[in-house]
Write a protein that binds this ligand. Structure first.
Ligand SMILES: *Cc1c(COP(=O)(O)O)cnc(C)c1O
Length: 434
């Protein structure tokens, strides 16, 4: 070092500065501040003893964090519910509820009587209150589990009548027909891929019928010469109708006019509605079951229900999400494009000041994750040379964008507004000039 003897101890980054680093701050939430502080002090100590350069302290602390579970990433893909990124991010109310529920809880105990109580009644009561059209409700591990429970309890050894236009693959090679048949129920397929009529269903009904299943085509669209039968008509057939709405929308949302919601589907006559908790509801992974009292009671008492039981953390997050439905998912869906544009322009300007040439471009965001396949959300993205894609994805925190025609697009719609600075720093960490 040419500028004379500078005491390296004076240049060791301060604890506050280090704990404000996005990665260390996130770790402090996950692991507790004390544990991360101990890791930080250890790295500072090494720098004071001359074992590390002061500018290596942060990286050493990050490297010393315990083996992480899933890593926190910044979702700049413009896909609101990205299955590979864990679908819905929890609201801060739900996060606080999860943290609070991590110790001993009264999840299955009535504190007044001192006796066992219905597990997770806080979440169940909140779900029932959110959808008064449901006679009763139950919660299992995910949407697939909800369907498996319904098929097992209501149709094992018998038939599930379903349209050939609704035999859906939900992703990663998992297909609903296989899932349903794994329960011992038989599928009675009716109609064709593009057209199924009420008469097709009626002709298939008989003593073997367990229920008629209506599956929402949540991740694709069939257009052209098509016809399908709605729940209202199916409910006239005199057998129970189970509707898999997928998305978890509890009430109608004008932005998502083609998405069925639980309340309307029950009013149309479904005996049972199944849905996911981590799609449009914006909550934890869960399978929601809403329907007639006798149906829900039968599912709840079925031996398989015990194997699909949800964790107290999920119940805590679900209850909080239902009490405060202003989730990050809802915010991302309803963000004003003008405000997004301003954020992207500010980011571009600040990067420009540091010599990085980025552009502001209009983009189209989508709901994703098995929801609203036809809906396009006007959005804005920061456009960078494609060479940024890999270093940003493998950086810390990872920033995920979308490569379109040789450019990396970072759509800020699903990036929390207070993370724009983290995006800027991540871009600046990518070496090189533009
Ligand atoms: C997403 C989806 C499922 C599967 O739900 P998971 O919660 O992912 O298990 C089933 N059916 C439909 C229509 C869906 O959209």
């Amino acid at each position: 070092m040419g500028d004379g003897p500078v005491d390296p101890r004076r240049r060791v980054p301060r604890t506050d500065t280090l704990l404000a680093d996005p990665v260390l701050a996130t770790a402090a939430v996950a692991l507790g501040r004390e544990q991360v502080k101990a890791i930080v002090s250890h790295a500072q100590g090494r720098a004071r003893r001359g074992e590390l350069n002061p500018d290596e302290v942060r990286d050493a602390a990050v490297a010393a964090l315990p083996t992480p579970g899933p890593r926190v990433v910044l979702n700049a893909t413009g896909v609101v519910l990205h299955t590979n990124l864990g679908r819905a991010p929890l609201s801060s109310a739900a996060v606080a509820a999860v943290v609070a529920a991590a110790g001993h809880t009264d999840v299955e105990l009535d504190l007044v009587t001192g006796r066992r109580a219905r597990r997770g009644r806080g979440a169940l009561d909140a779900l029932a209150a959110a959808v008064p059209d449901a006679g009763a409700v139950h919660v299992v591990n995910n949407g697939a589990a909800a369907l498996v429970l319904a098929a097992t309890a209501m149709a094992a050894g018998r038939e599930i009548v379903v349209s050939r236009g609704e035999l859906v693959e939900i992703g990663d090679g998992f297909r609903l027909p296989d899932l349903l048949e794994s329960t011992g129920a038989r599928l009675r397929e009716v109609g064709t891929t593009n057209r199924t009529t009420l008469a097709d269903y009626a002709a298939a009904l008989g003593p073997e019928t367990g229920f008629v299943l209506k599956v929402h085509p949540s991740n694709f669209r069939v257009t052209g010469f098509t016809s399908a039968v709605g729940v209202r008509q199916l409910a006239t057939l005199g057998v129970p109708v189970v509707a898999d709405i997928g998305s978890g929308l509890l009430g109608a949302d004008p932005l998502l006019a083609d998405e069925p919601d639980a309340a309307s589907t029950l009013r149309a006559g479904a005996a049972l509605v199944t849905a996911s908790g981590d799609k449009l509801l914006g909550g934890p992974q869960a399978g929601l079951l809403l329907g007639d009292v006798e149906v829900i009671e039968r599912l709840r008492r079925h031996p398989l229900a015990r194997a699909l039981r949800v964790d107290k953390l999920t119940l805590a997050a679900l209850a909080a999400t239902l009490h405060q439905p202003d989730t990050p998912t809802r915010a991302a869906l309803h963000t004003d494009p003008g405000a997004l544009r301003e954020r992207v322009e500010r980011l571009r300007d600040r990067l420009g000041a540091d010599g990085r040439k980025a552009e502001v471009v209009p983009a189209v965001a989508v709901v994703g994750g098995g929801g609203a396949p036809g809906v396009e959300l006007d959005s804005w993205a920061l456009s960078l040379p494609e060479r940024y894609a890999v270093p940003l994805r493998t950086g810390d925190p990872p920033v995920l964008g979308r490569v379109v025609r040789g450019r990396l697009l970072l759509d800020l719609r699903c990036v929390p507004a207070d993370a724009d600075e983290a995006v800027r720093e991540a871009v600046l960490r990518v070496p090189g000039e533009d």
